[in-house]
Each structure stands twice: as structure tokens, then as C-alpha cells.
Design a protein around this ligand. Structure first.
Ligand SMILES: Cc1cc2ncn([C@H]3O[C@H](COP(=O)(O)O)[C@@H](O)[C@H]3O)c2cc1C
Ligand SMILES: O=C(O)c1cccnc1
Length: 362
């Protein structure tokens, strides 16, 4: 086993079950608060699961971050994106100087933006950039594997390391962000490879491609599968053949965070393809994932259904960068405020239900 393989295996073994006692205690507290039981819907479910993840009723997020993994994609030369590849490093600089959508939304949510170069095609010089480049972009996967198996494992380990570093620095809530022109083609290829679905049903308009480019995307995915023959039962095989470096790193981030009992909010289509890889590697990681929004990108619905995740936000976003995930931070924070700040029936002197059994009825 290689060093990277060993590290991934070690992390997979470290992902533990949710703390049932903490969840039962959180549920009991929620049921004593001044509201009909369950009336705060998913917010209550979040409060319970966050307790199960943290191992304490009072799960808190003193520090939170969106991790934007950035990398380039060789498949861009097939004409699959509406924008040129140089937008990837240009947007990385934009993240670092605070001018992107994710920066505005992260400021609102009180979250830090951590930008990681895991495979951008050029070098970027900025003190705040986390430099963990595995290679200078993937190869064009319509002609052969996107990267070697070793590189995919190394990129997974980049994500694991970033999760570990952030957990060590006190971060208790993470969001998955990505930047990589061409990455919706890679995400669609991963979806098609794992499911056997028709590539035409997996691709979407990404940055806003026209009908001709959409057809080229489906054709690129079809050729990628024919040329590489990824084995759907071997997630790392699929990942290295048709994945992306930032997608691999995000899958690793989810695994590393779960091993440290840190919840992760999953963004749109490329981020959810990373969640699929992570869940195929370790089904238990799903307990640590929170969906955020239903992206307008075609294929995202199918991906979320495969993952068994139902997103709370339906706002027609299709940007990426972690924007939807950071918006969902507000819902998780809201869940914690309710749990911690509401009075109980006894404290507030509010009468309970007249007929106990009716309390749970809608
Ligand atoms: C200015 C700009 C900012 C972005 N921020 C995220 N993406 C998003 O678009 C890319 C995926 O779409 P496709 O597969 O069509 O290239 C990713 O980089 C994604 O994060 C952006 C795209 C652009 C153009
Ligand atoms: O769903 C997403 O996150 C998305 C959609 C289009 C382009 N980039 C990202």
C-alpha cells in the first residue's frame, strides 16, 4: 500500500457513528422548549444531528470556514465550458482579495474563506493561498485518465490534511467550495460512471453553455467512459479516470472532517459529485454531511437523490464556490440558537398540550 493509500484507509477507519446519547439529550431538550414538538421542522433535526456529530447537546461553531478547492481540467480543450480556463486562476485571485460571491456570503455568515490550490494550471503568488498543488491541472480525460491513481489519492489526502489543520485550529463547521473551469463536465462524468446513466442526462449548462457545447459535453463524457472504462465498484478508479483534483480534494475534506467529527455542508453539482465519491469510499460519512441547495444544474437532483440528501434551499443558484453551502450555514446556526436560547415550558410558565397525543399531529 502506498503512503497515500494508507492515509486514506486510516481516515476511513476513524469515521465513527453518531453519538446516540447526545442526540437523545438534544431531542429531549427540544421537546421541552416552548413550541409544539417538531414544529421547527428540519431545524430541530439539524440540532439533533449536530449534537450527535459533536458528541454534546451544545454543539457550537466558534469558527467556521468555506474551503474553496481550485484546480484546472484538461477536458476544457473539448469546448465544454462557456469560459476559458484562465478564469480559474483569475477567480482564485478574486477569492484571495475578497471580491467573489463567496467572499460576500462568507462575510455575512461570519465564515472564513480558505482557498487551496490543489491543481491550478499556473502558479499563483499570494500569502493567503494554501499551496497544495498535486499537478498542473488534469489531462483531457476523453483521451486517457485525468490523473494517475496515485495523484487521485494524493489529492484526497490534501483534503484530509486541510480538514485536520482546520479542526486543529478550532474550526467546527465547514462548507465545500470549488473553482475549476470545466468541473461540471467532470462531475457529470463521475455521475455517469457511478450510475451507468446516459451521459446526456448527466450534463448541464454549467457556466451557461449553448446547445452545441452541451452536446459536446455529453459526447466528451461518453468518450471518457469508453476510453477509460472506470470501474464503478472502485471509487478511486472512477475518481482518477474522470474526476478532478478539486473534486478529489473535496471528497478528502469530507472524510477528514467526518473523522474529526466536524459537520460539512455540501454545495452544488461539483461538490455533490465529491460527496458521492466520499460516500462510496465510506458510507458513514453521510451522517456528517448537510445538503444546502438544489442547484439549477441538471444532474444535481439525481446526485442528491443518490446520496439520499434533501436540500432545504431552492433558490435557482448555479454558481459553485460554496455559495449555497455558506447560505445554509445560517440554517444550522438558527438550529443552535433555538436549542440554546429558547425557554422551556417550565421556565416560561407556559401550559403544555391539553391532550398529549394530539400534540404531535399536524
Ligand atoms: C466568473 C466565474 C466565476 C465562477 N465561480 C464559480 N464558477 C463555477 O463554474 C465552473 C464550472 O462550470 P463549467 O463546467 O461550465 O466551466 C466552476 O469553476 C464553478 O465553480 C464560476 C465560473 C465563472 C465563469
Ligand atoms: O451547481 C453548482 O455548484 C454549479 C453549477 C454550475 C457551475 N458551477 C457550479
Amino acid at each position: 500500500m502506498s503512503r497515500w493509500e494508507e492515509k486514506v484507509q486510516t481516515i476511513l477507519n476513524q469515521i465513527g457513528p453518531l453519538d446516540e446519547a447526545a442526540m437523545a439529550a438534544a431531542q429531549a431538550r427540544l421537546d421541552r422548549l416552548t413550541k409544539p414538538p417538531g414544529s421547527l421542522g428540519q431545524l430541530e433535526a439539524y440540532a439533533v444531528r449536530l449534537a450527535g456529530i459533536a458528541g454534546t447537546v451544545q454543539a457550537r461553531f466558534p469558527k467556521k470556514a468555506v474551503v474553496v478547492m481550485a484546480a484546472d481540467h484538461g477536458v476544457v480543450e473539448e469546448g465544454v465550458s462557456a469560459y476559458p480556463a484562465e478564469v480559474t486562476p483569475q477567480m482564485v485571485r478574486n477569492f484571495l482579495t475578497g471580491g467573489a460571491a463567496i467572499n460576500a456570503l462568507a462575510r455575512l455568515a461570519g465564515a472564513d474563506v480558505v482557498c487551496v490550490d490543489v491543481g491550478v494550471a499556473v502558479d499563483i503568488d499570494h500569502p493567503a493561498l494554501v499551496r497544495k498543488k498535486v499537478r498542473y491541472g488534469t489531462a483531457n480525460f476523453t483521451k486517457g485518465p485525468a490523473m494517475t491513481r496515485a495523484e487521485a489519492l494524493e489529492a484526497l489526502c490534501v483534503g484530509i490534511e486541510v480538514a485536520e489543520e482546520l479542526a486543529d485550529r478550532g474550526y467546527r463547521l465547514l462548507a465545500t467550495g470549488e473553482m475549476g473551469i470545466g468541473n461540471t463536465t467532470s462531475a457529470a462524468a463521475l455521475l455517469a460512471a457511478f450510475t451507468g446513466d446516459d451521459p446526456a442526462d448527466c450534463v448541464g449548462r454549467g457556466t451557461g453553455v449553448n446547445a452545441a457545447a452541451l452536446a459536446r459535453k455529453a459526447e466528451a463524457v461518453r468518450r471518457a467512459l469508453a476510453v477509460n472504462r472506470p470501474d464503478p465498484h472502485d471509487p478511486v478508479d472512477v475518481l482518477h479516470k474522470v474526476g478532478g483534483l478539486e473534486i478529489a480534494a473535496l471528497a478528502g475534506l469530507m472524510l477528514g472532517a467526518a473523522a474529526r467529527r466536524v459537520p460539512v455542508v455540501v454545495d452544488g453539482f461539483p461538490a455533490s459529485s465529491a460527496a458521492l465519491v466520499a460516500c462510496r469510499l465510506a458510507p458513514r460519512v453521510k451522517d456528517y454531511l448537510f445538503p444546502s441547495h438544489q442547484s439549477a444544474e441538471r444532474g444535481h437532483r439525481r446526485l442528491l437523490a443518490l446520496l439520499g440528501l434533501a436540500p432545504p434551499l431552492h433558490v435557482d443558484m448555479r454558481l459553485g464556490e460554496g455559495t449555497g453551502a455558506v447560505l445554509a450555514f445560517h440554517l444550522l446556526e438558527a438550529a443552535c440558537r433555538i436549542r440554546d436560547e429558547m425557554a422551556t415550558f417550565a421556565d416560561a410558565g407556559v401550559s403544555g398540550p391539553v391532550v398529549a397525543e394530539e400534540a404531535a399531529q399536524p
